[in-house]
Design a protein around this ligand. Structure first.
Ligand SMILES: CC(C)(COP(=O)(O)OP(=O)(O)OC[C@H]1O[C@@H](n2cnc3c(N)ncnc32)[C@H](O)[C@@H]1OP(=O)(O)O)[C@@H](O)C(=O)NCCC(=O)NCCS
Length: 174
């Protein structure tokens, strides 16, 4: 029930405190974050501007991408999803059109499946046909999420990482 009430939003100041708490959780699980919470505390508006810029005017070599946050019915930040507007050679091998994560304290509640579904909806709105999503071969949760959302395993490729990368395609709707 709480899961159904969660929705995607664009990053916004309104969720600042909850988002920063979520980033601390990612740090505690030793996940790399692009903006440290202490920096976010001081320069949150700048962070929002950088996200906006990534959509229309990305840094050299990056594809334009839109970031969304999954927010609970009680306005708690639950996770985020990036929708990349098109693929480049790097994303074709690793990353694909859609990348998501759920904050550690909110995992195993179905939010991973939900954020992937909502990310696919956003990709469709952008006119993306066949959607590529990649994940590590040993990331059981993410493999289940992609398959539950209609992903068809195309191949597993070697990206010079510890594990192979699975590439799934979600076919365009007719
Ligand atoms: C992968 C991730 C998004 C899963 O989020 P989640 O909210 O726990 O996912 P869900 O609750 O929707 O679970 C989906 C399925 O995967 C299973 N699952 C989730 N995490 C799992 C794990 N660590 N090990 C085994 N199964 C797992 C769930 O039990 C569920 O199975 P079911 O379909 O049989 O019911 C989350 O662990 C995460 O953010 N990880 C770090 C970032 C990441 O790996 N992103 C994906 C990059 S491709």
């Amino acid at each position: 029930m709480t899961q159904r009430a969660a929705r995607l939003t664009r990053p916004h100041r309104r969720f600042r405190a909850s988002y920063i708490n979520g980033v601390w959780e990612f740090i505690r699980e030793k996940r790399a974050v692009s903006w440290h919470p202490e920096i976010l505390r001081q320069r949150f508006d700048e962070y929002l501007r950088v996200l906006q810029q990534a959509e229309t005017d990305p840094l050299a070599g990056l594809a334009p991408a839109t970031r969304f946050w999954l927010i609970s019915h009680s306005d708690r930040y639950l996770g985020d999803v990036d929708v990349r507007h098109h693929l480049n050679p790097a994303l074709e091998r690793f990353g694909g059109h859609i990348g998501y994560k759920i904050r550690p304290t909110e995992r195993r509640k179905g939010y991973g499946k939900l954020i992937c579904k909502l990310g696919i909806d956003e990709a469709r709105k952008l006119g993306i046909g066949d959607i590529l999503i990649t994940c590590d071969d040993d990331n059981i949760g993410s493999c289940k999420i992609i398959e539950a959302n209609g992903g068809q395993l195309k191949d597993k490729i070697d990206n010079d990482r510890a594990v192979l990368t699975r590439r799934y395609w979600i076919p365009a709707r007719d």
